[in-house]
Structure formats: C-alpha cells, structure tokens
Design a protein around this ligand. Structure first.
Ligand SMILES: NC(=O)c1ccc[n+]([C@@H]2O[C@H](COP(=O)([O-])OP(=O)(O)OC[C@H]3O[C@@H](n4cnc5c(N)ncnc54)[C@H](O)[C@@H]3O)[C@@H](O)[C@H]2O)c1
Length: 414
C-alpha cells in the first residue's frame, strides 16, 4: 500500500450544464438499506447527472431493499427507484442491476457481498465492510475471486481540501513527515438516553468506535502518509446500558425515555492508539462516541520538517497550513475552500462558498461509477478496507496483551 496519488483534474466551473456526448451508458443501481447513508447515496446518484456533465454513464435507480415498509414506500414513491422489496436477495438477483450499493448494518455486509459477488455485480459497500476484521477479509476474498469492482465508503478521502493536503504531501512540501495525529470524536453516543441502535451491539454492528469511527481516521492516514506497521492501544466502554429502540424505529441519533427498558452495550465507546508508520513517522489516533464538546471532529494534523497541515470535518471548508518558507512569518494560515481545489467548483463557484457532507458522497459515487464504466479497479476498494482491519486487528490484540503488536495482512488466499 502506498499513499494514493492525487491526480484528479481541477474542477470544471460549477456552471457546467452537461456536454452532449450522445447516449450515455446506463448503470443499473440496486441499493440495500435505505437508512441514513442509503438515502444519501440515492440522492447522490441522482445529483451526478447535474454535476458531472462530462460523464459517460447515467446511474439508473432500479431496485431498493429495506425491511421497514415505510422506507420502501418513500424509496419508490419519492426517490425514484423502479422497484422495492423487503428481501435484499431480490436486489442481487435482478438482471438489470449492475452495481449493488450496501448501506445496511455492518453485520449483514458480508453475506450480502458474497451473494452480490457470486451474481457478478460490482459492489459499493459502506465502511468499514463488515463489523469485524474476519468479516472484512471474507468479503474482500469473495469480491476478488469473483473479479468484480469494489468501492468502500471512506468519503472523507474525497473532501477537496483533503485532496489538496494529499497533493502537498505528495509534492514533498512538508519535508520528512515526523508525526500524525488522527481523531474522530462524535457526539452520537454522548446522551445516556441515546438508543441502543445496532451500532452499540457487537452482534449487529461489530466492534464499536474502532469499526465505526477510527476506520475513517486510519484510512485517511493511509492515504496521506502510508502504511502503519505496529500499534499499541486501549479501549473502554463508558455507558454500559441504553434504552432499547422500538422494532423498526430509532435511527442513529434517536433518543429514548428514562423509564424505557434498557439493554447492554456490547462494544467499545472509546479507543486510543499509538503507532509507527512504515516511513518512520509516529502517530496517535483516538475515537470516541460518548464525549461532550466535540460533535463531529473527524480530524487530522500532520507534521513534517517543512511544515504542518490540519483539517477537521467540523470546519470542512478550511485547511490549516504552515509551509516553512520564511521563519519571520511562522504559524498557521487558514486556507478557505473554493473552486481552485479538486471537485469544489462542481458544487459552488468562487472561494469560501462552502460545500457539505453529502457533497462528498456525490463525489465518491461519481468516481465509483466512473471506475465501473471504465471497467477498472477502484480506490478506495475492499483492498483498502482490508488495510484498515489489519491495523484494527493489531489494535485489538494489543488491548488484550497490553503490548505493541505488529500489523499483519489479513488477505486470505484464493
Ligand atoms: N461513510 C459515512 O460517513 C457513514 C456514515 C454513517 C453510516 N455509514 C455506514 O453506512 C451503513 C449504514 O449506516 P446508517 O447510519 O445508514 O444506518 P441506518 O440504521 O440509518 O440504516 C440502515 C438501514 O438498513 C435497513 N436494514 C436493516 N436490515 C436490513 C435487511 N436485512 N435488508 C435490507 N435492509 C435492512 C434498516 O431498516 C435501515 O433503514 C453502515 O455500514 C455504516 O457504518 C457510513
């Protein structure tokens, strides 16, 4: 694994209305799990037509699956899917579905991926692909054996200012990288009345914040700085009981009442990790879901002998940059997002007119469909998902042993 080259062309002006390229190849989309991210991917597939005029394909919404009937009604009635069903296997079996997008709870991913791969479908799966390292390894193997194109929802890779940071790093503008600090501090579990959704249960969500949040942080570090070779870490669960959701209700941010029946939280609320990168840099990562203060701090700082960069989702249209060219003007500059950075101008022209979370999903869906249309492998795909779970497995071993643990590839043989 090497840091991904940052090769995207600069954005076309946002006034792009679409060049007439004649007939575009349709890509039939099937989607499983019409919750938060399933709906976000659906809107994104629709917006691709209005934002990427040079595309040579058109995503077409074919079949959607969810186990909640009201969501299916919304998906077909308002979002434009041609068909919907409670049984996700129907999506995988449809001849006119070329791409299966999986946005169901993590523990269901691997079975869906194996079935989709066997049916020869290209697969975009939400991160982290399965809920445990073993499940991710199984999923990667199934897709690799079937020869299908895979994508994974590490959407922060696509943020225009993160791409710009990647370009500066690839150009060597920060000199030798000495240390990296990644964190994902989310508020979603900070209220003890927050519902015991699938994310808090080992059997449905897999591991806790390592699977849900640290996966994003380390994936970004892999892209920006390169592979991690050894780690030491700790985990903790701070809120051990939560109100049970009513069947079919209560999303990610749902709240219960003080007298509601409760159930046990069976995965971790917090994880901390020190690491060493292959290139000699040192790193530290933290992920937490029960703290107060930070609300969605998916953030990194990277430091080198020639400067430093910092980015935070809470201020996603700002990059803090210090490039050490003049020691009389040391200190960070705030670089504001704008159309001079990759993709930004697709959404809004000029500078300092901000973009948002779902815009990153549009970029990732566009790039995945482009890989499918061009019949080439895609990054980030299941190989990159596997890179993270190798680190996660080493972290979980370290929590058990209390010692540094080497990162070992989990790639299974054919
Ligand atoms: N990339 C990101 O920033 C990001 C953010 C949030 C979630 N995610 C990922 O997206 C995935 C979904 O998370 P979410 O927050 O959208 O969850 P969610 O709970 O909002 O949605 C999941 C949906 O799956 C449906 N479902 C459950 N079992 C099903 C089955 N057997 N068949 C079909 N549908 C089924 C549920 O009814 C629900 O509508 C997870 O893998 C999560 O890690 C990624």
């Amino acid at each position: 694994m090497t840091p991904t080259p940052q090769t995207e062309a600069r954005s076309a002006p946002s006034t792009t209305t679409g060049e007439d390229r004649g007939a575009r190849r349709p890509i039939g989309i099937g989607l499983i799990g019409f919750g938060w991210l399933g709906q976000a991917h659906t809107r994104s597939m629709q917006r691709i037509r209005t934002l990427f005029g040079e595309r040579e394909f058109d995503p077409v919404l074919k079949h959607v699956s969810d186990t909640v009937p009201a969501r299916l009604d919304e998906a077909t009635g308002s979002f434009g899917y041609e068909r919907g069903s409670a049984d996700w296997r129907r999506v995988v079996d449809e001849p006119d579905v070329e791409v299966v997008v999986i946005a169901a709870p993590n523990a269901l991913h691997v079975e869906m991926i194996e079935a989709a791969a066997q049916a020869g479908k290209h697969i975009f799966c939400e991160k982290p692909v399965g809920g445990t390292p073993a499940e991710t390894a199984r999923a990667e193997r199934a897709a690799r054996r079937a020869g299908v194109i895979t994508g994974v929802g590490y959407n922060y890779r696509w943020a225009p200012l993160v791409r710009h940071a990647g370009e500066l790093l690839a150009e060597g503008r920060l000199g030798r990288i000495t240390n990296y600090r990644g964190r994902f501090f989310s508020m979603y579990g900070s209220d003890p009345l927050g519902l015991l959704s699938w994310r808090f249960r080992l059997d449905e969500g897999g591991h806790g914040v390592t699977t849900d949040l640290m996966s994003h942080s380390v994936d970004l570090a892999h892209m920006l700085v390169g592979p991690i070779v050894r780690v030491v870490g700790t985990t903790e669960t701070f809120i051990r009981e939560r109100p049970l959701p009513a069947p079919g209700a209560g999303g990610h941010y749902g709240r219960g009442l003080p007298d509601d029946p409760t159930g046990e939280v069976t995965n971790e609320d917090y994880a901390g990790m020190l690491c060493e990168f292959e290139n000699g840099a040192c790193g530290s990562f933290e992920a937490a879901r029960t703290l107060l203060g930070p609300e969605s701090q998916m953030a990194f700082d990277v430091y080198g002998t020639g400067g430093a960069l910092g980015w935070d989702l809470e201020r996603m249209n700002e990059l803090r940059a210090y490039l050490a060219t003049d020691d009389r003007t040391s200190g960070y500059t705030t670089v504001l997002g704008g159309e001079r950075f990759p993709y930004h101008g697709r959404f809004v022209p000029g500078s300092a007119n901000g973009i948002g979370f779902e815009d990153l999903i549009v970029i990732e869906d566009y790039e995945f469909c482009r890989s499918v249309a061009e019949e080439r492998s895609h990054t980030p795909g299941f190989a990159e998902a596997l890179d993270w779970v190798a680190v996660q497995a080493a972290l979980l071993r370290s929590v058990e042993t209390g010692r540094w643990e080497d990162v070992v590839s989990l790639r299974e043989g054919t």
